[in-house]
Design a protein around this ligand. Structure first.
Ligand SMILES: *Cc1c(COP(=O)(O)O)cnc(C)c1O
Length: 243
């Protein structure tokens, strides 16, 4: 375990240095960039080792997988002794919404007004007085294979989402297209940032978070304003399917 933790500490130092450098190139403060360690397919023991090395936010893309790991990780704390935050980064079906509210601290993948309204009703029951932090997932590239609000839908529905009293809408999230080179993702990141600026100018209740960038392109995302990067393989190595 100590050996594994040392390896996680090493990769963590590298990733934080890359973020620091990318932020410096853009004249940004690296302290405004938070890493979500995407732990899908990773077994609880290795997640615990990553937490011991200092990662303090984890992302899962399936509600059932998070549920399956929940008992093993119930007392998990990070290096500083705090509980880590769990982010849902995969699509959420409405019949799993209640379980998701129970298991996650942040839902990054709110992709319709319908889902937002459902989460709002559930959050009112499950966590009264503590609005649920969410991000609105946007399909900025209009990629038919990707989930998310299309830009015109979001412009139409944003005020209605922001009116929901039991949600705290921290900002926007996108999953970029698969690209050959990190540089090719830049236009997607610029598009999400400028959409966020536009929408906030129209309605200041929208938060400033921008969740964009993964293992291959997080440095470009940071250059373009990411405040949350979701990194899986660069932290945990290549994924193996869970039996
Ligand atoms: C798996 C996943 C990631 C992490 O991808 P890596 O390439 O492993 O860094 C980020 N975001 C979402 C939505 C994912 O499903």
């Amino acid at each position: 375990m100590a050996e594994v933790s040392a390896r996680f500490a090493e990769t963590r130092a590298e990733i934080l240095a890359n973020i620091e450098a990318a932020a410096a190139r853009a004249g940004r403060a690296a302290s405004r960039v938070h890493v979500v360690a995407v732990s899908k397919t990773v077994e609880p023991e290795r997640i615990a080792a990553a937490a011991a090395a200092g990662w303090d936010a984890f992302g899962e893309n399936r509600v059932q997988e998070r549920a399956a790991k929940a008992d093993a990780l119930a007392s998990l704390t990070t290096g500083s002794g705090a509980r880590p935050d769990w982010h849902l980064v995969g699509p959420l079906q409405s019949n799993k919404a209640r379980r998701a509210v129970e298991l996650f601290d942040v839902i990054e993948t709110v992709d319709s007004l319908d889902l937002a309204q459902r989460l709002d009703r559930i959050a009112a029951e499950v966590r009264p007085g503590r609005p649920l932090p969410v991000l609105l997932q946007v399909n900025v590239d209009d990629d038919p294979a990707k989930a998310g609000f299309h830009q015109d839908e979001l412009r139409r529905d944003l005020a209605a989402v922001l009116d929901l009293a039991h949600l705290r809408v921290d900002g926007l999230m996108t999953v970029g297209r698969l690209v050959e080179r990190a540089e090719d993702a830049r236009s997607t990141f610029i598009a999400l940032r400028s959409l966020g600026e536009d929408l906030r100018a129209a309605d200041g209740r929208l938060g400033r978070e921008l969740s964009m960038g993964m293992s291959e392109d997080y440095d470009v995302a940071v250059e373009e304003g990411a405040t949350i990067v979701r990194i899986g393989r660069a932290i945990f190595g290549e994924r193996h399917l869970l039996g």
